[in-house]
Design a binder for this molecule. Sequence first.
Ligand code: TXA
Ligand code: MG
Length: 318
Amino acid sequence: MHTILTKSPIEAADFIRRGGVVAFPTETVYGLGANVFDEQAIEKIFEAKKRPNDNPLIAHVGNLEQIKLLVSEITPNAEKFIEAFFPAPLTLVLPKANTVPLIATANLGTIGVRMPRNELALEFLRMCETPLVAPSANLSGRPSPTTWRAVFEDLDGRIECILQGAVATEIGLESTVVDCTGNTPFVLRSGAITLEDLQKIVPETRIYLVSKNMQPKSPGLKHRHYSPRARVILISDFEFYIADSSAFIGLSKPGKKFDLIKICQSVEDYAHEFFKFFRECDHRHIETIYCETVEEKGIGRALMDRLKRASESGTPTL
Ligand code: TXA
Ligand code: MG
């Protein structure tokens, strides 16, 4: 298959109308979209990404009205979050409408719904005239793509079209996922809308904690994630031995010599840069990436979540 690159949301929406899959930028990371009501198109997403089919997809809407097409109920807590945040890097899990095919939600009775705030994403979604299911547009297990080039690297020849955003995605890591089906909202995945932000709207909101042998509420959380080919090691100081061909990313200036160094200006900047940095390390055949840990508050919680997952590929952490 030849993958078309375009800057035109009209051209990209045409592929969706014809049952294709299209990668498009959002404010978090690039998504790989298909019509939520087209089972064959959704199958193509799973194939293109090599995604396990027990991992549900997030539905993206171009306006608030479309949420009603996807869910059987908007719970009072969800109503409050929508009012306070949408459009936002925030996904709300709600009971799904019967009309949404089960392949979209990996047989779950719930569906994650999000309205992105990226202008090009919104324009594209509106032109599609249907909500789109869209996982991150990377090969399953690889770092999420924050540029169209990263999408191209993973999915060239596997998808119909890439809608090209001008710059890297604004935030750089995926949306916050909140289960709003019960009385207490649970954060299933942390992101740029922080626990503190959510608690300002619904004070009872909690982080959902999974232990190793529990069935996770969000099936995606049990899959290996976000890994570059290099080994990832988390560090909080510089008292360690440096392996051959190694890189560093963090907030401090390291007192040691690395082959590649990225010093970030803030935790937000770190969150924005690390996926891209992981891919750059792979291009340069870096074997070990040392990532400085940050405090687990605000977006630092989401960043640490991704870094920990990237480092959990069976290698020891420091
Ligand atoms: O920022 C984002 O959310 C990006 C952009 C493209 O919107 N999308 C994204 O999708 O990160 P994906 O498929 O890579 O991650 C979706 C996460 C997974 O962990 C999945 O298990 C969880 O959301 N999820 C989706 N639907 C769910 C549901 N009904 N119940 C619980 N968890 C759900
Ligand atoms: Mg993903």
